[in-house]
Design a protein around this ligand. Structure first.
Ligand SMILES: Nc1ncnc2c1ncn2[C@@H]1O[C@H](COP(=O)(O)OP(=O)(O)O)[C@@H](O)[C@H]1O
Ligand SMILES: [Mg+2]
Length: 243
């Protein structure tokens, strides 16, 4: 559904390009992890997929149509939901009002449906009492769950997340990863997560590593009862971990 078509990007000069000739396809009903060292360009790439910035070369296509032809504002409003490391909720509102506002702004098919918003918050372990409190009264893990519930009440079929578990403890990380998988598999959305955490990458259906200006597919391999993303070329031959 979402395609990176020969994408290249640089900030100042082309010779300093972060990545070039990137061809990747992201399908609905699947989750994708993008890993790579800090500064390799993961956030930049995600911002191109989210229509927050334009590639210097190539184009991003949604179901065959270049997103800049569709209009980046319309694309962001109707097709993409973003989860940030720092949650990016309206801090002066309750979790429930955060969801209702997002539903109204994006023209969700559920807009105005308070029961639906509450049921999604409840699915993510937010109690009735917490739903109507100011979001700042919630813990970081709870706030990130609200941010994820927000993507579930909007119709956007593409969910991108930049280091969504970066500020979370182990328990919340596990919970949040599970929810992202459910969004992909149960809601049939396309989930793309930038992460530096192997466990997060391993839980996704597909993983890519951005290194040396290129994306390499990793394969999910069982190692000591756990899944670890490995270079496709090394699957079955060596146990080269991606860091
Ligand atoms: N707005 C900007 N202007 C110039 N350089 C930038 C800008 N944003 C990021 N960079 C640089 O681009 C590189 C990639 O950044 P980023 O996409 O944030 O990487 P990552 O998310 O993998 O850590 C870094 O070297 C960073 O300093
Ligand atoms: Mg980043």
């Amino acid at each position: 559904m979402l395609k990176a078509n020969d994408i290249g990007y640089w900030y100042d000069r082309q010779e300093n390009s972060l990545f070039e000739h990137v061809n990747l396809e992201f399908k609905s009903g699947n989750s994708y992890a993008i890993v790579g060292q800090s500064g390799s360009g993961k956030t930049t790439f995600l911002s191109l997929l989210a229509g927050l910035d334009k590639p210097r070369a190539g184009q991003i296509e949604l179901n065959g149509e270049p997103i800049n032809q569709l209009g980046l504002t319309k694309y962001r409003q109707s097709h993409v939901a973003i989860v940030f490391q720092s949650y990016n909720l309206f801090t002066y509102m309750s979790p429930l009002n955060n969801l209702l506002t997002a539903m109204a702004v994006t023209g969700s098919s559920h807009r105005g449906d308070k029961q639906f918003a509450m049921s999604m918050l409840s699915k993510l372990g937010i109690t009735d009492d917490q739903m109507t409190k100011n979001v700042q009264k919630l813990s970081g893990g709870q706030q990130q769950r609200v941010a994820i519930a927000r993507t579930m009440v909007c119709d956007a079929k593409i969910v991108v997340a930049d280091e969504p578990t970066g500020n979370l403890d182990e328990e919340n990380t596990k919970y949040v990863i599970e929810q992202f998988q459910k969004i992909a598999h149960d809601q049939h959305k396309c989930v793309i997560i930038v992460t530096h955490e192997p466990d997060v990458a391993a839980a996704c259906d597909h993983a890519y590593r951005l290194a040396k200006h290129k994306f390499t597919a990793l394969c999910q391999m069982v190692l000591k009862d756990s899944f670890y993303p490995l270079e496709i070329s090394s699957c079955g031959r060596s146990f080269l971990f991606f860091y």
